[in-house]
Design a protein around this ligand. Structure first.
Ligand SMILES: Cc1ncc(COP(=O)(O)O)c(C=O)c1O
Length: 489
């Protein structure tokens, strides 16, 4: 058979081999270094490999994968990976990717199973976090950044329409007063990127200070909205966080929703990391007001361990979302319920036409967990982070730099001789992070809080234990002592 065709028996044999390879890989992850830097020869081999003129045999390709790619994962499959907001893949999600690729539908729309599945899992997400299901609409996207971009595009559309102009016809060039977006200092960079992409410009982004707990300051927001209105600008949207990326802070959503309601602003909530935290009964009250969001970004590829990529945007008013994006050329026109038509197409609710079958992995992972399983996963991670914080608080040479609201702990190593020396502490902790990253015993990343460099550990792996947390504390302290001692010598 000519490539890309594959004889069915060869496909089966290769498939079995791959399943064995993946099963051994996943089972063996804990025994491997969390992360191992690539050497220059290994990097070059991948960067500079020429494409052969003739096709290669699948066995040869698989061997190259086994030798040159699989030994160098990012690290997020390992239970001692505490970096960024990257979870391991749920094993059933790994299998779902294979099944989804076999069916390979475009989820633009139409009368086929993938579309109804996506509608169904979107409803599950809404129900899980308490977002209204009537008249709302949602779609799966590549991640939290795309979800917020779509939410803010809907915001821009509705607010402009309320001012009597159609942003799709007029763009932003027609001399309208500027639309203002309010983002807290701790809001994710994707919110700023979205505002830039939407043409609002940096001058239209109001950066709102945070309170002592890194949550958006309500009085500062109120003042900014009032000042903008008085100056003839159009307060358009508050983009809040339900779990900031640096510390996991949940903004005071209910108070922010009140301000949005009082002033006619769109209320967007970035719940990419922390949205599912609402399922921990001990944290649920922090999320009051989430149900009033006009749009909500969620990332099942973060806390739910759905394999990357899987983000979701939920919009309260499905009609607004459709108005913001619908553009159906003749070659795509269908009639609802006729031929291939089915329900209104997803491609009318977002920027993408051809869309992957993300719903299958989400459908499988959510069913495997069940509602109770999702809640206990989230609660377990928050409990582990709370335990890590207690270990940090108990260590004389560690200092915590933020409250633990969800599953993130920010702290630093402080040897007695450096207490109060911000510059040297920042430098030391940056070097501690880098040494741990390349050391392979655990993995964490960093952030900057009020000018101080912080080591940042995010618990998101379903197999992480208290022993792993203890190992992380241990590696930070021994690495810190070694580096501080080196400097002192
Ligand atoms: C709070 C928050 N918002 C948005 C994002 C961006 O999401 P994504 O990386 O899936 O685009 C992240 C990523 O870490 C995040 O933590």
């Amino acid at each position: 058979m000519t490539p890309p065709a594959l004889v069915p028996d060869d496909f089966r044999r290769l498939g079995h081999e791959i399943v064995e390879l993946v099963a051994a890989y996943l089972a063996g992850l804990r025994a491997r270094p969390v992360f191992r830097p690539m050497d220059p020869r290994e990097r070059r081999a991948l960067l500079e490999q020429p494409l052969g003129e003739a096709g290669a045999a699948p066995e040869v390709i698989l061997e190259a994968f086994r030798g040159a790619v699989l030994p160098h994962p990012m690290g997020n499959g390992h239970p001692r990976f505490f970096g960024w907001v990257n979870s391991p893949p749920a094993p059933i999600g790994v299998l779902a990717e294979f099944l989804a690729a076999a069916m390979n539908p475009s989820c633009a729309g139409g009368d086929h199973a993938a579309i109804y599945l996506e509608r169904g899992v979107i409803r599950w997400l809404m129900e899980l976090v308490g977002f209204p299901t009537a008249e709302s609409m949602g779609l799966l996207v590549s991640g939290g950044s795309m979800a917020s971009l779509i939410g803010l595009a809907a915001a821009r559309h509705r607010v402009a329409a309320a001012q009597g102009w159609n942003v799709r016809d007029d763009g932003l060039q027609a001399g309208h007063p500027p639309l203002m977006l309010y983002v807290a200092e701790e809001g994710h960079s994707c919110l700023r990127k979205a505002a830039e992409l939407l043409g609002l410009g940096a001058a239209s982004i109001r950066t709102i200070p945070v309170d002592a707990d890194f949550r958006m300051s309500v009085p500062a927001l109120r003042d900014a909205v009032t000042a903008d209105r008085a100056a003839g600008r159009v307060p358009a949207c508050v983009a809040a966080s339900a779990g900031t990326v640096s510390t996991g802070a949940v903004d005071p959503l209910d108070a922010l929703a009140d301000i949005c309601a009082a002033h006619g602003l769109w209320f967007h909530v970035d719940g990419a990391y922390g949205g599912f935290g609402v399922l921990d009964p001990a944290r649920a009250s922090r999320y009051t007001g989430l149900e009033r969001a006009d749009s909500l970004a969620l990332d099942p590829h973060k806390w739910l361990s759905v394999p990357i990529e899987c983000g979701a945007v939920l919009v309260r008013d499905g009609v607004v979302l459709r108005e913001a994006f619908s553009l159906v050329p003749p070659y795509l026109r269908t009639r609802e319920g006729k031929g291939f038509g089915g329900l209104p197409w997803f491609s009318e609710y977002g920027p993408e036409q051809t869309r992957g079958f993300r719903a299958l992995k989400l459908w499988m992972v959510l069913q495997h967990l069940g509602r109770r399983g999702v809640a206990s996963l989230v609660a377990r991670h928050i409990a582990l982070a709370t335990h890590l914080a207690a270990c940090v608080d108990a260590a004389p040479d560690l200092e915590r730099l933020a409250p633990v609201e969800l599953s993130i702990v920010c702290f630093r190593y402080v040897p007695p001789g450096l207490r109060g020396d911000h510059a040297r502490l920042n430098d030391l902790n940056q070097r501690i992070m880098e040494a741990i990253q390349s050391g392979g015993n655990a993995f964490l990343t960093g952030t900057v809080l009020r000018g101080d460099f912080a080591l940042r550990a995010c618990v998101l792996h379903y197999a992480t234990t208290e022993d792993d947390v203890a190992a992380l504390v241990d590696v930070v302290r021994t690495t810190g002592a070694a580096l501080a001692g080196e400097r002192a010598r």
